[in-house]
Design a protein around this ligand. Sequence first.
Ligand SMILES: Cc1cc2nc3c(=O)[nH]c(=O)nc-3n(C[C@H](O)[C@H](O)[C@H](O)COP(=O)(O)OP(=O)(O)OC[C@H]3O[C@@H](n4cnc5c(N)ncnc54)[C@H](O)[C@@H]3O)c2cc1C
Length: 432
Amino acid sequence: MSMAREYYDVIVTGAGPAGLMAAVTASGEGASVLVLEKNSEAGKKLLLTGHGRCNITNLRIPDNFREKYHENARFLTSAFSSFSPEETREFFLALGVPTHEEEDGRIFPDSQKAETVRNALVKALSECGAVLLTEAPVISIRWKDSDEMWEVNSQAGTFVSRSLILATGGATFPATGSTGDGYRFARSLTHTVTPLAPALAPILLSGRKEDGTSAMPALAAGLTLPAVGICLLVENKKVACSEGELLFTHQGISGPAAMALSRKLPKEEELYSSGNVTVKVDMLPDLSREMAEEKLLHSMQAFPNRHMKRLLCETFHLAEKVAEFVVEEDAAANAVTKEERRKILSRLKESSWKVEKRTSMDVAYVTSGGVSVKEIIPKTMMSRIKRGLFFCGELMDIDGASGGYNLQCAWSTGFVAGRSAALAAKEEHEEN
Ligand SMILES: Cc1cc2nc3c(=O)[nH]c(=O)nc-3n(C[C@H](O)[C@H](O)[C@H](O)COP(=O)(O)OP(=O)(O)OC[C@H]3O[C@@H](n4cnc5c(N)ncnc54)[C@H](O)[C@@H]3O)c2cc1C
């Protein structure tokens, strides 16, 4: 079937945060822009961010990004200096979306609604004259040597452009449209895609504790511990550790501290079935075992008739559910043996649970792995393999911590890709 052909300076594939930012920026540079989005609306995943409140960015990024973006953090240095978290705030303020800071440098819109952010971007897009086609999944992409143009074949028609931006996102939460199509496109254009894995996902624990006793997660579903230390161990070797808030669910553990470890969950099933993947939780990360023991002994001596559950809650400011888990028999302090006291401390300082299996991509917030950044020029986001091809957002082999880091990656790389794609199209015009 032959379809209408239409020319644009820049075509953007995917209307998530990265694609929308790229399109607004390219339009601002004077390029004619077409955005092709598979869903019936733009930014479906963006609407879910920050539990619907959208943690837009994080002000700590200039200082901590090397740690927060893991192995490929350095790739982002240039993008962050072109478009920083402060500039993100100014950008959204200019679109009528004021923001405010919450704990740990996290920035949210004052409206507390992700919808405000998404709507502002879509409005900006239409005001600068860019065309957004929804229900327009891109099927294939090819470079036409004969006219030196990209030909983008979508369900809404075939379009051609001088610059092409791939912004199709990762492969997690596929119901939002991020089904990994961009990896296929990138491969078809001879780009390397590094192995994909779930990142920022809850961790599923098996029903029993290491020593066979009842598992805490089931006892404690719904409980949040504001500050724990947690490590992931594979075959008894620590592979990753984190600190922060932990949330117990019916299936296991979630919350920032647990989710930060998920990108290191091994993929080999036999490691899980043989019980070789465990998490170790320290519920008193600010106290060494010796300090905790000293504190507990002191309380037990000061209140010999007080029952242990109450005593523990008071001494360490613990939730009742935690005390219920760590104390087997709620005897008075003066009746507790040294052995029982040590057991209590072990449960507080190093409770260990087996991980049941690797979390599925469907429920991970972010994809780790993606289009290799070795093949992308960090200053422009242009492919090192194919001139006129640009990448941005989660499609690339970059993933960040929770706290606004992934959206800032989308804004900064989207900005750079949009600007460079517009400039590249202009240069081509001038050359011809
Ligand atoms: C529940 C949840 C909460 C989150 N909260 C936060 C948060 O508060 N802060 C934060 O920083 N990060 C958060 N993230 C991560 C963040 O949402 C993503 O990193 C970000 O959306 C990535 O942006 P992107 O534009 O690269 O990709 P996406 O948002 O995935 O957008 C890609 C777009 O491309 C479209 N597309 C895909 N294939 C095609 C195709 N073939 N043709 C046309 N269009 C196509 C998709 O439909 C989609 O609209 C959260 C993620 C989830 C799942």
